[in-house]
Design a protein. Structure first.
Lengths: 111, 114
């Protein structure tokens, strides 16, 4: 089945700096790669996604890139703000009718 | 538009008991997936239902089961609870099959097994 690895597990950045989270996946059949943000006490919320026919997608301060050849995708957050502090999860849809999630990255934005 | 609703939000059970968790998806969504979230294992897929049919099942023992009703509402049941079943159980709905589109998660049901 699909295996998704996510790095780093924790990330501390200064407010205004950029944050980058990287994920790799194993199933070459995967074609949908969402990113979720989970705040304390809440369920994960989709923040951006990308499909395999696109190499990059941007939404305001958030961007995702996909390299299908290398089987990795990344989340970029620019001009980080304290409200960006949360746990972020990447996922891929290989392995049947399900999403497989990475282990999560705890992001702390220091004011 | 109401989001995904999970009940109960918190519950405490003792070993050997059983528990049923409920999930009401977003109106019009036909897919409901369940995930177990723990600090050690992260988000682990339990199962997905689409139009009342189980489409896929994760690597969990048979004590974990689920079902979906004709109105797309779903329940999951855990029998003979063990301490290790303590976790946040998340339900997610999707308008399409879960592996093709956006999942909307509920706030989860936090189960503590004593």
């Amino acid at each position: 089945g699909e295996n998704v690895e996510q790095h780093p597990s924790t990330l501390s950045v200064q407010e205004g700096d950029s944050a980058v989270i990287k994920c790799t996946y194993s199933d070459s059949a995967s074609n949908y790669f969402p990113w979720y943000k989970q705040e304390l006490g809440k369920g994960p919320q989709l923040i951006i996604d990308i499909r395999s026919n696109v190499g990059e997608k941007k939404d305001q301060r958030i961007a995702v890139t996909l390299n299908k050849t290398a089987k990795h995708f990344s989340l970029h957050i620019t001009e980080t703000q304290p409200e960006d502090s949360a746990v972020y999860f990447c996922a891929a849809n290989g392995g049947g009718n399900k999403l497989t999630f990475g282990g999560g990255t705890r992001v702390l934005v220091k004011p | 538009k109401a989001g995904v609703t999970q009940t109960p939000r918190y519950l405490i059970k003792t070993r050997g008991q059983q528990v049923t968790l409920s999930c009401s998806p977003i109106s019009g969504h036909r897919s409901v997936s369940w995930y177990q979230q723990t600090p050690g294992q992260g988000l682990q897929f339990l199962f997905e239902y689409f139009s009342e049919t189980q489409r896929n099942k994760g690597n969990f023992p048979g004590r974990f089961s689920g079902r979906q009703f004709s109105n797309s509402r779903s329940e999951m049941n855990v029998s003979t609870l063990e301490l290790g079943d303590s976790a946040l159980y998340l339900c997610a709905s999707s308008i399409r099959e879960a592996n093709t589109g956006e999942l909307f998660f509920g706030e989860g049901s936090r189960l503590t097994v004593l």
